[in-house]
Design a protein around this ligand. Structure first.
Ligand SMILES: [Zn+2]
Length: 236
């Protein structure tokens, strides 16, 4: 019996290590997602600034086209001067040209304002591009580190699985099945120590007489509360 208990304790130790390594590997995608957040935010910001700059460039082009149209209009109007008959017609014509020239100055001011805004915005875009790049580098380094750890853990898991196979085969079938059922219901802990009449699995007191039996190590004893298989621990 003492031998069986010892094997179950070793099996539990191996399973605990297997579960820890699997839990680490399972957490990796979530951890990458968390670290991914600043990069996602920087990329979204960059996209917004790029869209804004594209819109400004488009607006500038429209204003420039408008400017060309008005210049054409003035040129044509000036070409018509010789057709004018009266002084009144001539005065009206001059007013029209002046109005168009005023319009040109106003549009030129608008273009200048757009260009100033774009210059600032392009500087901002460059800054954000730098941030995206540095966040990408950070994330890649983090991912590489995790991948190395995962590869190491997977290698260790192979070894542990082989070790487990040998252990499992050496344990009596009924005890093994009971162990596996407890592993499932006990959050990965089927075998645990009892110290000072307390089960370390559930931290509940056990009857003194049962603790005495446990110390003897002559039979498989389960915690009356959590049903986990117990082994005696001398540590205080
Ligand atoms: Zn217990």
């Amino acid at each position: 019996m003492k031998d069986l208990i010892k094997r179950l304790v070793t099996l539990q130790q191996v399973d605990t290590r297997i579960l820890e390594k699997r839990a680490f590997i399972d957490r990796v995608p979530g951890r990458i997602n968390e670290v991914d957040e600043p990069l996602k935010a920087a990329r979204a910001e960059l996209e917004l600034v790029r869209q804004r700059n594209d819109a400004s460039a488009k607006k500038k082009k429209e204003k420039e086209r408008l400017l060309e149209d008005i210049n054409d209009k003035i040129k044509k109007a000036k070409g018509r001067i010789s057709d004018l008959k009266t002084n009144k017609e001539y005065q009206a014509h001059l007013k029209e040209i002046e109005a168009s020239e005023r319009e040109i100055r106003s549009i030129e001011d608008q273009i200048l304002a757009i260009m100033e805004e774009m210059e600032k915005s392009l500087q901002n875009q460059k800054q954000i591009e730098g941030r995206v790049k540095s966040e990408e580098d950070k994330l890649n380094a983090f991912r590489r580190g995790l991948e190395e750890e995962v590869a190491q853990y997977e290698k260790e898991l192979e070894g542990l699985k082989a070790e487990r196979g040998g252990l499992a085969a050496s344990v009596d079938r009924d005890a093994y099945n009971a162990y596996m059922a407890l592993l499932a219901t006990g959050s990965g802990l089927a075998v645990t120590s009892a110290r000072n009449e307390i089960c370390t699995g559930c931290n509940m007191n056990m009857p003194p007489q049962l603790f005495v039996e446990l110390r003897k190590g002559e039979e498989l004893i389960q915690c009356p509360q959590c049903r986990r298989i117990l082994y005696y621990s001398e540590e205080q």
